[in-house]
Design a protein around this ligand. Structure first.
Ligand code: ZN
Ligand code: ZN
Length: 112
């Protein structure tokens, strides 16, 4: 058989996400077909995985936002909502909020 034919038959390969803690790999057909997650299918999967298992799949590291003065804290998979959460929390509560990027850079956000 011609092995090249395989690649041409599947121009839109379903993306997959692996988790070494679960020792499993998933294709994202559900996210794409049922949730219409499109480009954010990986993000959607990662958030659901965290919600249900308490950890993120491989290659996904969130932005973490932690208030230094109260138990408020959230995790985000992109910088914009993380920054917005930190800023609004600081704005409404006047608390200092720590923002940690996936590279482990930390930054303190506070109301000026
Ligand atoms: Zn897992
Ligand atoms: Zn706070």
């Amino acid at each position: 058989m011609d092995e090249d034919a395989h690649d041409q038959d599947s121009p839109e390969r379903t993306p997959t996400v692996a988790c070494s803690r679960c020792n499993h790999e998933w294709d994202l057909e559900y996210e794409l077909e049922e949730l219409h997650a499109g480009n954010s299918a990986v993000e959607q999967f990662a958030m659901d995985h965290y919600r249900h298992t308490g950890h993120y799949p491989d290659d996904v590291t969130p932005f973490r936002v932690d208030c230094q003065q109260c138990p408020q804290g959230e995790q985000f998979l992109s910088e914009r909502p993380a920054r917005r959460f930190a800023k609004t929390h600081a704005r409404h509560t006047r608390h200092a909020v720590e923002l940690t990027t996936p590279d482990e850079d930390t930054e303190t956000v506070q109301q000026e």
